[in-house]
Design a protein around this ligand. Structure first.
Ligand code: C2E
Ligand code: CA
Ligand code: CA
Length: 591
């Protein structure tokens, strides 16, 4: 059974004169010709009760028209029913008017009833009669009382139904929730109406930063406006629900795709003070299959796959699901299944990529990058790490890599080699693990490696929760004497707060900051950006290293702007441990 939004019972006062088709209506209900008043009453009353108990389809207009007729029979001038959520609302007269009849004549109150139901609801109903009219006799009084009590119980029952509906299908901020969306999707699937429809899931990017800048309340308003405007653009055939936080899920008609994408990639919302806020989203879309073979699980699985890819993409990335996703899903499952055995068989090995001082060619460090020796091939990390990220197996791999590096460092120590600091990549998945710093220290201490030889590489983060956790974790790592670097700086959303408030000591500038060609003029935008990042890093007292250094021109650029350290193909690709040992031995590059 799928829920329908109950009809709204909020009615504007209506008078007989404006009641639609009122004369014909009586005839339609009672049949043509003269009917005595008693028969009319019973017929109208029975009809009203039946309309009120037709749970599948409450026809508010019909009920109202029947009430108008009943009020007329009893010469009433006015009948009003109110609902209040609590006593204060009742005192202030701020409830909702649910049923109202008013023929415009002045009247005195002749009846008043009030019920208080258990779910914070007070309902009242009052009837008025003009002194010009013939007063009600005993029998009429009983009938009017019966009608009023029936209306009252109908109103409070429906109020309850509204409340249950709201609790079940809307979240605490009044957005439709996932259950609501699932029911909606289930309904269009069951009715075979998925043709030309797209399902999508999106996330408002950097919303935690908006909250931080404008405050929670204004942030909520911005989110609401964004939702309302998109909802309006979707029209009647669309639906959006909130999954929680700044995550939403929706359905739209294919013809609206362009509009939706334009809106999601760039929308400007105004704050109450009139400031414009740009909102961009990452979203995964899925065009639903035609009627007959639309399956609910398939639709959900597909938008989620597309969304995941969108999330790993750049700024405002929109990804459409296609069949390659299914292949990827199968591949991912295979990797996840093979992972345990691969760890046990030591199939993962660190390759080392040297870090070099561009001024004198001195080898100053290395980054350990994972390679999987499997089935006679060397598999690069892009082909398996994203799948391990899905299940948190990545954390196990990272600790395994750390341990492998420690074993190498231990061996080099025993062989009397000059040691350099080695950095290891750690997934953001670790952020939620409270024991992360202790676990690292435990592994490193097992091999008696000085902590300052280990550098933890972490990527930027934007969510509010993660920010707090990240700060706690990095502080603990620093207190333990480890180095910490921000990896891939510049490709995510690099917030200055993030750099200022987290105790990093190394910033790794992403390769995308390096100009592609060496012809770039001194004032080209990438050069300006690069120089700004380097000088900011230096002013903050952080060590600065640039990744992806491939050419002599890159080296010149680094030197010109004072970035002393480089990592990249210009010196070496990530190389197997034996080869790296040769580099350690030499300790220097010719430049
Ligand atoms: P990353 O941490 O940004 O690592 C740098 C990547 O850039 C490496 O790719 C490296 O081979 C590549 N690279 C180095 N120099 C150059 C250059 O001059 N030009 C270009 N175009 N590329 C260069 P790789 O080894 O394929 O690793 C890819 C990503 O996989 C890494 O990016 C890192 O995010 C992840 N990764 C690798 N090993 C691990 C690991 O043990 N744990 C975790 N969590 N992630 C890892
Ligand atoms: Ca890295
Ligand atoms: Ca990097």
């Amino acid at each position: 059974m799928t829920p329908k939004k109950p009809n709204s019972y909020k009615q504007k006062p209506r008078s007989v004169g404006t009641a639609k088709n009122a004369p014909e209506f009586t005839e339609a209900v009672l049949g043509p010709g003269e009917v005595d008043k008693d028969t009319a009453f019973f017929k109208l009353y029975a009809k009203m009760v039946s309309a009120m108990t037709n749970f599948d389809n409450i026809d508010v207009e019909l009920i109202e028209n029947l009430l108008i007729e009943l009020c007329r029979i009893f010469r009433l001038s006015k009948a009003v029913t109110h609902v209040y959520r609590n006593e204060q609302e009742e005192k202030d007269g701020k409830g909702e008017t649910l049923c109202c009849y008013d023929n415009g004549k002045e009247g005195e109150q002749i009846f008043f009833f009030r019920v208080v139901t258990s779910v914070m609801t007070i309902a009242t109903t009052a009837t008025y009669m003009s002194p010009d009219e013939k007063p009600l006799d005993d029998d009429e009084r009983k009938k009017v009382e019966l009608v009023m009590k029936t209306v009252l119980s109908f109103v409070s029952r429906n109020r309850m139904r509204d409340l249950v509906y709201e609790l079940a299908y809307f979240d605490e901020s009044g957005y439709p929730n996932l259950r609501n969306w699932c029911e909606y999707l289930g309904r269009i699937c069951a009715q075979k109406k998925t043709r030309d429809k797209l399902a999508f899931r999106y996330n408002l990017r950097h919303f935690s930063l908006i909250n931080r800048e404008f405050g929670r309340q204004v942030g909520d308003g911005i989110m609401r406006s964004h939702y309302d405007q998109l909802n309006m653009q979707l029209g009647e055939d669309g639906f959006i629900a909130r999954l929680g936080g700044d995550n939403f899920i929706g359905v739209c008609n294919a013809e609206k795709t362009r509009t939706v994408i334009d809106y999601l990639t760039q929308a400007e919302i105004r704050t109450p003070k009139g400031e414009g806020v740009n909102i961009t989203c990452s979203a995964g879309f899925y065009r639903m299959p035609n009627d007959h073979d639309a399956g609910f699980d398939e639709i959900m699985g597909s938008i989620i796959s597309a969304y995941r890819v969108a999330q790993t993409g750049g700024m405002d990335s929109i990804v459409f699901f296609d069949d390659s996703f299914n292949e990827k899903r199968v591949k991912g499952m295979k990797i996840q299944q093979e992972f345990n055995e691969a760890i046990e068989k030591n199939e993962f090995k660190p390759f080392y990529q040297p870090k070099v001082n561009v001024n004198d060619g001195k080898l100053v460090g290395a980054e350990a990058l994972c390679r999987w020796f499997h089935g006679g091939k060397i598999i690069p990390p892009v082909e398996f790490i994203p799948f391990l990220e899905e299940t948190s197996e990545i954390c196990r791999l990272d600790y395994y890599m750390l341990e492998s590096v420690c074993k190498d460092l231990k061996r080099w120590t025993d062989e009397g080699k000059d040691l350099v600091r080695v950095s290891i990549n750690f997934s953001r998945k670790h952020i939620l693990n409270t024991y992360f710093p202790e676990t690292i220290a435990e592994i490193v201490d097992k091999y008696k490696i000085p902590h300052d030889l280990i550098e933890v590489e972490l990527t930027e983060t934007t969510s509010e929760v993660e920010f707090g956790e990240l700060k706690r974790m990095t502080t603990a790592l620093r207190n333990l004497g480890f180095h910490i670097s921000i990896d891939d700086f510049g490709i995510g959303y690099s917030s200055l707060n993030l750099i200022k408030d987290i105790p990093w000591n190394v910033l790794k500038i992403d390769k995308s900051f390096l100009p592609d060609s060496c012809e770039g003029s001194e004032m080209s935008s990438s050069n300006i950006m690069f120089s700004l990042v380097v000088s900011m890093t230096r002013q903050l007292g952080l060590e600065c290293i640039c990744e992806g250094v491939e050419t002599q021109a890159h080296i010149e650029l680094l030197k010109r702007y004072g970035c002393d350290l480089a990592q990249g193909y210009f010196f070496d690709k990530p190389i197997p441990v034996e080869e790296f040992e040769d580099r350690l031995e030499k300790g220097k590059y010719d430049i």
